[in-house]
Design a binder for this molecule. Structure first.
Ligand code: ADP
Ligand code: MG
Length: 308
């Protein structure tokens, strides 16, 4: 009864007995304890109750639901994030612990975050799912159906083509990519989302510090890659031929799913890739990149309002 003594703040004062009895009464009248005792009435006697008072008391002092709990770090339970359950084991009453709702959610979120890695894409775009995405146009519906089909096919071991989502600024291309990544994460499939303009900028700065190959390999080998906003960058010949080209080549050869989003359709992207910064026209090289993109993904036009 050490814990109860502590709770009473006494060792052997005069009114120990009466306060002990009061606490015992209060503990045993807790509705959960009552229910537990009632459902085991044939196997629990007075002696066992007396012997188990500390466990019962321990149980009643802990939170059983998270409705008033601001966060996992504020959890006051004996084991943070776990709620106690009572169990009759042989001739003893034991408490065992299960993760609470808050802890389960935090764990799921962590698991999800492990599965979706993003480079330079704000996390808030990744909250969408295909199930609750707002469908405000027929074109969007077509794209969502194709995305669903992709996920089904991918999970059954087929080699489906990815999606190239294009349309104007703010129609929800990145949002849809995020939804696909989330749905894949729910099925345990990891995705890497990359915001192309920032990625290329960083890759350029990686030339000097030999992290270039490491970064390139990371993107080349991601099980599922999403290249967001291709065409929004100022693509140098070097980025096109030494970065984008090899990434796409590798992914094509290994049949690794690669999604794209762009403000440009295929034709516009081809033109964007054709002109080098020096102003020369490099049609063959641009055409080679376009071939790879087309072999990896089918185009889906997204329309609708600018949602920004
Ligand atoms: P894009 O990549 O086509 O420029 P975004 O995906 O960034 O557009 O979407 C613009 C804004 O609209 C974002 O803030 C996004 O969260 C929101 N949004 C886009 N599509 C939807 C949708 N289907 N339902 C709810 N919000 C959306
Ligand atoms: Mg976008």
């Amino acid at each position: 009864m050490k814990k109860i003594n502590q709770a009473l703040g006494l060792t052997r004062s005069k009114d120990f007995i009466s306060r002990y009895e009061a606490l015992k009464k209060e503990t045993l009248s807790h509705p959960d304890i009552q229910m537990f005792l009632n459902s085991h009435s044939s196997s629990i006697d007075e002696e066992l109750i007396e012997k188990s008072l500390m466990k019962f008391y321990d149980y009643t002092t802990q939170q059983k639901d998270c409705s008033n709990c601001p966060s996992l770090t504020d959890c006051k339970n004996t084991v943070k994030g776990y709620i106690p359950h009572m169990k009759l084991q042989g001739k003893a009453i034991e408490l065992f612990y299960e993760p609470c709702e808050t802890k389960t959610k935090v764990d799921q979120k962590r698991q999800r975050e492990r599965l979706i890695q993003s480079l330079y894409i704000p996390r808030d775009i990744l909250k969408a799912t295909l199930f609750d995405i707002d469908i405000d146009s027929e074109q969007k519906e077509r794209a969502i159906e194709a995305a669903d089909q992709f996920i089904d096919d991918y999970l059954t071991g087929k080699k489906p083509k990815s999606l190239y989502l294009y349309g104007s600024f703010g129609v929800g291309k990145t949002y849809l990519l995020g939804a696909i990544a989330n749905d894949l994460a729910d099925k345990g499939v990891p995705t890497l989302l990359v915001y192309v303009p920032d990625f290329l900028r960083e890759i350029r700065s990686g030339i000097g510090d030999n992290t270039l190959n490491e970064k390139l390999n990371f993107v080349k080998k991601a099980p599922i890659l999403m290249l967001d906003d291709i065409g929004a960058e100022t693509m140098s010949s070097w980025a096109r031929d030494e970065v984008l080209g090899p990434i796409l080549q590798h992914r094509m050869a290994d049949e690794l799913p690669t999604f794209f989003s762009s403000n440009f359709d295929f034709n516009q992207l081809y033109h964007h890739l054709t002109f080098s910064q020096k102003g020369e026209k490099e049609e063959v090289k641009a055409a080679r990149i376009m071939e790879r993109i087309k072999s990896l993904a089918d185009p889906y036009f997204l329309d609708g309002e600018n949602r920004r």
